[in-house]
Design a protein around this ligand. Structure first.
Ligand code: PHE
Length: 454
């Protein structure tokens, strides 16, 4: 039988936009601002940047290497490198991508529903109290959030069924530029509010008194989540990269652009928080409660608000494409499923467990009372994936590259077999991956699990 030809992205730009589409997501717009808010602002940001440079970028390059070198899914890749026993890293990735999708699709559903709510005038004349009420009832309604979650999953499934070029590439190429334009527009509005100086100050003022071991783990977890690392997404996308792609350069560009978008999101949200005398540490509701206030008193406010949530929907959707692609590539390449069947099966699993996450926030009494290790389903899926499985996946990946891969081979792949001069950078990265990255991740993980004390 003739082997099926595997798809790849069509150009360097397509590679960049698809990978950036994976990185930019609810992490930037929903999560980054509230986590920074809860952890004291500037000092947290500084630790976060260090995590991106010392851990995030080296691991992203490693995942690209594994993917492009083997041109297969996150589980099969380890076998192709002659180290099938490390396939468990890929399987852990498949599990993490599902766990993330269980709660991520729920939040994406809120975002989609907010586009609709803005257009129908729900936020006309809203105050900080009514805005909080609207959010509360949106997430605790017995079936509406489930409906929106299903819409989100349907959109993701339709794009993925179209494949790598016609689905993922086309969607990200069209949507990413729109996202940039929208966020700049919103920033201009937020930065002309009276609370802007305080908002900016909150983001850049470094106060280490709020930093603890848990803060550092949170920053590390956020770095993994933000850059879509430790769960096979970058291995899978890397397997679609072009031969000519400069892997370290792509990783650096993606990490930089992603961080910039997080900062732009912070600059959109914190000025509002301080203009309306709200708490920066409000938690997961921060985005949904503050943003409607920005536009409520403006001409065409409803329309601008809808645009903002459209922006967030775009970000969420392109990120989910990469999350769901991990199990899809695995099922179709390792288990012989057709692409369509793989997408349908994956999405059904996500909807089933994802509704537990959604209903655990109050939509269903019995489900909200169920606790795993003291956490409801939503928080449990989130904590287990972001704070434990992703760092663990990253730790194993760094150890795999640093100790089980031929150094020359790693360097050759990063320099495209001599076509680009990345040899010295390759040696440097290899050393970081061997000595620094795993040590840092291990110390942070053990400390947060209470096994050591720093
Ligand atoms: N990076 C995405 C975000 O910030 C989330 C994500 C995590 C996507 C892991 C893929 C893999 O929203």
């Amino acid at each position: 039988m003739e082997a099926k030809k595997r798809e790849t992205f069509s150009s360097g730009l397509a590679v960049f936009l698809a990978t950036l589409g994976s990185a930019i997501g609810l992490g930037n717009i929903w999560r980054f601002p509230y986590i920074t808010g809860m952890n004291g602002g500037g000092a947290f940001l500084l630790i976060y940047f260090l995590c991106i440079i010392l851990v995030g970028i080296p691991i992203m390059i490693s995942e690209f290497y594994i993917g492009r070198k083997t041109r297969t899914n996150a589980v099969g890749a380890f076998g192709k490198l002659g180290r099938g026993e490390f396939g468990f890293i890929g399987l852990m990735g498949v599990l993490s991508s599902l766990l993330i999708m269980f709660f991520y699709s729920s939040v994406a559903g809120w975002v989609y529903s907010y586009v609709f709510k803005s257009l129908t005038g729900t936020f006309q004349g809203v105050t900080s109290q009514t805005s909080a009420k609207i959010f509360e009832s949106a997430i605790t309604h017995p079936w509406q959030p489930l409906f929106w979650q299903a819409v989100v999953l349907l959109v993701v499934a339709l794009v993925l069924i179209l494949g790598v070029k016609k689905g993922i590439e086309k969607a990200t190429k069209t949507l990413m530029p729109v996202l940039f334009i929208l966020i700049i527009m919103i920033d201009i509005r937020a930065l002309t509010l009276s609370g802007a100086p305080k908002g900016i100050d909150f983001l850049i003022n470094v106060d280490f008194s709020k930093v603890t071991g848990a803060t550092i783990l949170t920053a590390l977890g956020l770095a993994f989540f933000k850059l879509s690392l430790g769960m096979g997404a970058m291995i899978t996308y890397g397997s679609y990269f072009t031969r000519e792609n400069n892997l370290p350069a792509t990783a650096a560009q993606v990490a930089l652009s992603d961080t910039l978008v997080s900062l732009l999101a912070g600059l959109a949200i914190f000025p509002v928080v301080f203009t309306f005398n709200m708490e920066p540490s409000a938690g997961p509701g921060l985005l949904f409660i503050t943003i409607p206030l920005v536009f409520s008193k403006l001409p065409f406010g409803n329309f601008l608000l809808a645009l903002f949530f459209l922006l967030a929907s775009i970000a969420a959707t392109t990120a989910m494409l990469s999350l769901v692609e991990v199990p899809v590539a695995y099922l179709s390449e390792e288990k012989g499923f057709s692409r369509k069947k793989a997408v349908v099966v994956t999405v059904i699993i996500i909807m089933l467990f994802g509704s537990l996450a959604t209903l655990s926030l109050g939509g269903n009494q019995a489900i909200s009372q169920l606790k795993i290790f003291g956490k409801g389903f939503f928080d449990f899926f989130d904590y287990l994936s972001s704070n434990i499985l992703l760092p663990l996946g990253g730790l194993f990946t760094a150890i795999f590259i640093g100790y089980f891969i031929n150094k020359e081979d790693f360097i050759k792949e990063l320099s495209n077999h001599g076509l680009i001069g990345n040899e010295r950078l390759g040696v440097f990265l290899y050393r970081i991956l061997r000595y620094i990255t795993p040590a840092l991740v291990l110390i942070i993980l053990l400390n947060s699990l209470g096994l050591i004390k720093i």
